[in-house]
Write a new protein. Structure first.
Ligand code: ADP
Ligand code: MG
Length: 699
């Protein structure tokens, strides 16, 4: 509803019939419901299908499912004593008898249930010693078929239940609220759009969400809410982008001598077509005079680093500075090294700044940045500290964007006084292309959808723990050929001493199994210097095996490593598995990724593993990930402020398309939303914008 509107919606919930001060207090603390608006927006989280009755005769024992029965009480008895005391009610529906069983509230139930009355019992059927039973059913007198339907189920808590506010209780409050409240609902979507896209009015949609008259109307109500949700999100993003393009000038960075020289004389390989296309897109932005805000998506190993470097060369060539921020020291280090190598034959000065840069060195470095002597700065979070000032920062590059919070990014964005630097965000966790286009509408998106030639796809294999010996044998064969191997364990978090133990046990057994090889270990609880030291040893080939947690997930590049064993692979998410696997297959050799799991796998885990075994394509994997997890966790979208209540990004694509189209049509017809019929809509957008503030310009 329209949040700007009247005080009606802000009426404290205590004033609603059936609430009062005590219950109001509880609704406040338990569910965060303070006002009429809060209650109206407190939607059921699911619906029970109470449209039809099952019969006892036709019950099957195959599945334990919820059913609704209509019948009478034939008798009742108590059995057992103490904790085992229970009430058995014999319930006859004309086709057979089922036992309704209560372990709690026995005396109360006994008083409620009367013979000779028709009841409706709803619950989960179990087959217990050849008899059908229904433990703790919901039971109530039958009130006629017109009272049947889809019944809303609301979240409640133990405390509220004790005050009579279980799901039914809450639904009664909402029933009290609706008749007076619905006429106050203002529809932010103009009639013209509702008509064109066949959408229920808002008030009707809300009514149906609480008390659906049919599953068709419920679906229509949900469709309407999804559309609205996406519509305003899109409208907001598109407007933000238009605003940014109109208002944020960018330095004109258009010199290409240096980058041309680099590509022709220094670079040891030919850029792929995809890399070249993306560079053209970047270049067009950088010379446009408007600030670039571009996301580069590319699968693991697609060669984003060199694209970043060339973009930096364009900036430097044009007299500006550039910086690249990486999420970890290890990565910053690695980028620094490749950039130094790249820059060796070029008049470009590269420097590195991280949290562990010594004080004296840091001072010199800061001076070099201010004088403009340093052209390209690589580093970690340390880059966003206020003391880091540039002479003229023209381009900010953020690698593996999901590791950074929105706020950190926008700080980097503000690094240059006067004119803002161009921003390039690189992410290796693809999100499905269609979604990227939709949900980064305020960003321009470039996609590197091609791997450098000659890459052999990593072969991925699933093995159970009991095959460990043969897996070790396989690893030994690879090591004998002079290759290196990773063993990866689930993340070590602050409190998870169990994981640390697993890792250390694993490390010991690997050392025992491979006495002839050197083994490195890296995990999140080590000091950065120690981590680094071990990484370097592995990278130089002084150790042949790297035992690690997911700290190596992102970006690490050791082309000679050709085997990756992932322990407890069922505990990793798809995006993470794909990232991890990207650590091998970087050289000319055939590489392998072996996913180790226990025997027991959930359906979801099985699907993840199967997807990994079958596909090497990050975009395809991202699609499956989206289907499994929903969008909330998908990299980047959470940080983009995308908090969707109704829409399922994996499934609702048709609605998303329509909402997007509606936004385009609206802005084409009325770019500034001046038409009177768009007044409410405009107000809605302004509210939303106020909530999101300025970070949207970068995320
Ligand atoms: P990512 O996109 O995962 O960050 P990198 O930039 O680390 O990938 O590149 C992976 C590897 O591929 C590096 O060793 C890089 O030098 C190499 N590479 C990048 N582009 C090409 C290319 N066009 N041809 C051959 N090798 C390339
Ligand atoms: Mg990278």
């Amino acid at each position: 509803m329209d949040k700007t509107a009247s005080s009606y919606w802000d009426t404290p919930i205590a004033y609603l019939k059936g609430v009062g001060p005590q219950r109001a207090q509880m609704l406040n603390t338990e569910l965060g419901i303070f006002t009429f608006r809060d209650l109206l927006e407190f939607l059921p989280f699911r619906y029970e299908d109470r449209t039809s009755f099952a019969t006892v005769k036709e019950l099957t024992s195959q599945e334990e499912k919820y059913v609704q029965l209509k019948g009478m009480i034939r008798g009742m008895e108590e059995a057992g004593s103490g904790a085992k005391r229970r009430l058995i009610v014999y319930f006859y529906d004309g086709t057979g008898i089922i036992e309704l069983v209560w372990f709690k509230k026995i005396d109360w139930i006994k008083k409620q249930l009367k013979p000779g009355i028709e009841y409706v019992a709803y619950g989960r059927v179990q087959l217990f010693q050849n008899t059908y039973t229904m433990p703790h059913p919901e039971i109530e007198p039958y009130q006629g078929d017109d009272k049947l339907g889809l019944r809303p189920v609301y979240h409640s808590t133990e405390k509220l239940k004790r005050k009579g506010l279980d799901s039914r209780g809450i639904s009664r409050l909402i029933a009290n609220l609706l008749p007076a409240a619905l006429p106050h609902v203002q529809d932010p979507l103009p009639l013209s759009i509702r008509q064109r896209y066949d959408l229920l009015p808002k008030a009707e949609a809300l009514a149906q969400l609480h008390f659906p008259k049919s599953s068709y109307l419920l679906e229509q109500a949900q469709k309407r809410m999804k559309f609205e949700e996406i519509f305003f999100f899109q409208l907001y993003l598109v407007q933000a982008k238009i605003y940014r393009k109109q208002h944020f000038a960018g330095q004109i960075l258009d010199k290409v001598e240096l980058s041309r020289r680099f590509i022709e004389e220094v670079l040891p390989f030919r850029l792929t077509n995809a890399q070249r296309r993306v560079l053209r897109e970047i270049y067009a932005d950088m010379k446009s005079g408007r600030q670039m805000n571009r996301l580069v998506q590319g699968d693991v190993g697609s060669g984003k680093t060199v694209v970043a470097f060339i973009a930096a060369l364009i900036a430097i060539d044009s007299g500006a500075q550039a910086c690249l921020m990486a999420p970890t020291e290890i990565l910053a280090d690695q980028h620094y090294k490749s950039f130094c190598e790249f820059a060796e034959k070029l008049p470009v000065k590269v420097a590195k700044l991280t949290g562990s840069t010594p004080q004296a060195e840091r001072r010199a470095l800061l001076a070099g940045l201010q004088s403009g002597e340093i052209d390209l700065l690589v580093g970690t979070h340390a880059l966003i500290e206020d003391s880091v000032q540039f002479k003229n920062l023209g381009l900010s590059i953020i690698d593996e964007q999901h590791r950074f919070g929105v706020e950190q990014r926008s700080k980097l964005w503000q690094k240059n006084e006067g004119i803002h630097p161009h921003v390039l965000v690189m992410t290796a966790t693809p999100i499905p292309r269609t979604l990227a286009m939709t949900f980064y509408s305020d960003l321009d998106v470039s996609i590197i959808d091609e791997l450098p030639p000659g890459r052999k796809p990593v072969r991925t294999i699933h093995r159970y723990d009991k095959h460990r010996l043969s897996v070790f044998g396989f690893v030994r064969e690879e090591l004998k050929k002079g290759r290196q191997a990773y063993f990866v364990y689930p993340l070590i978090e602050e409190s998870e001493s169990l994981d640390l133990k697993d890792l250390m046990d694993g490390y010991e057994s690997i050392r025992r199994a491979f006495p002839e090889y050197h083994v490195s270990i890296v995990h999140g609880r080590m000091r950065p210097q120690d981590k680094d030291y071990e990484m370097q040893r592995f990278a130089r080939g002084e150790t042949q095996i790297m035992v690690a947690t997911t700290v190596i997930e992102v970006g690490v590049n050791v082309p000679n490593a050709s085997v990756m064993i992932i322990e407890n692979a069922e505990r990793f998410g798809l995006a993470q598995l794909h990232q991890l696997r990207g650590r091998v297959g970087r050289g000319a050799e055939q590489s392998y990724c072996i996913l180790m799991t226990g025997n027991q796998l959930s359906t979801e885990a099985r699907r993840r593993i199967r997807t990994m075994v079958e596909s090497n394509d990050g975009f395809e994997i991202a699609n499956v990930d989206l289907e499994i997890r929903g969008p909330g966790d998908i990299t980047g979208t959470r940080q983009s402020g995308l908090n969707l209540m109704f829409t399922n990004l994996a499934k609702d694509y048709p609605i998303i398309e329509k909402a997007k189209k509606a936004v385009e049509e609206l802005l084409a017809a009325d770019p500034t939303l001046q038409a009177p019929e768009h007044a409410l809509l405009k107000k809605h957008v302004q509210m939303q914008a106020a909530e999101k503030l300025n970070w949207a310009r970068i995320s």
